[in-house]
Design a protein around this ligand. Sequence first.
Ligand SMILES: [Mg+2]
Length: 341
Amino acid sequence: MQLKDTGEFGFIDRIEPLCKIHSPDVLRGIGDDCAVIGVSPELNLLVTTDLLVERVHFLLDWQSAQVLGAKALAVNLSDIAACGGEPKDVFVSLAVPDHVEINWLENFYRGMSDLGDSFKVSILGGDTTRSLTDLIINVAVTGLSKKGETLLRRNAQPSDIIAVTGYLGDSAAGLELLNRSLKVPESLSSPLIHAHLSPYPHLLEGQALARSNACNAAIDISDGLSSDLGHICKQSGLGATIFEAKLPVSEPLKRLAGQLAIDPLEWVLNGGEDYILLAAIKPDRFGEIRLRALAEGWVLIEIGVFDSTPGIKLVKISGETISIIPGGWDHFKSEEPSGQI
Ligand SMILES: [Mg+2]
């Protein structure tokens, strides 16, 4: 049996019993956006890490070194955002093949550094070695969150409103444009490819949700809405109902789908790497938090509701209700670059 048979989540299920926790300070190990470790009476330490491999997650000619550097950091900052934390320190390890030059690596660090500066995070170290084949990038980020205000995946409650903090599916459509070289006007392809290559971590949103005391659970959409909502459902012991009519679809995505005569729903439900947040909000607080978000310059969009019936249900625009099987990206099962980090 290989990783492509079990998939990433099947693999995690198998190794989790082997990752024993020996310290009572560890509040959350494997299975959330960050590991959570109590470090003082007031604060939790958050730790997250991601691996990017050339030809599995990206191709070098898709983007400049600076853009890839910023993305390698952004996807980790997004996990800190999902826990409602403030990012602090960054560690970067690289396995570098001969076809990647020093100048490229400097620009990669410039991209990380520019994004890191805007969130006041510091690059503190890492490791560098030679690779015989592909470029391999590992970024780890630490952060801090207040005790009692750390967002996890497992505390959603029945009747909580399911809300997202941005558009769904743009990144997956951008990846499709990169993979397939589809002939569409640049005014359409450009914003979607930008969504895929340059995600912006929703740290402001995560911290505001954590402070609100109205958010019972959160996750960032990295694997796709159906998978990531599935993670919250599984860990909270709940089901969910989402409404097609409420799913936020951007104008460029609607226009691209129209041009290609396809339904964008597949990208919206199963596309990965939107790096927006999905949150479970107490129903009696939702209206107030949504208005506060607008005043602060971000959005909270209701797409459904958690319930006690197992599984994810989608109410179509036609009124028909269908079951959704989590079908987001799992790069162990994919032959071409998934972009998924
Ligand atoms: Mg995540």
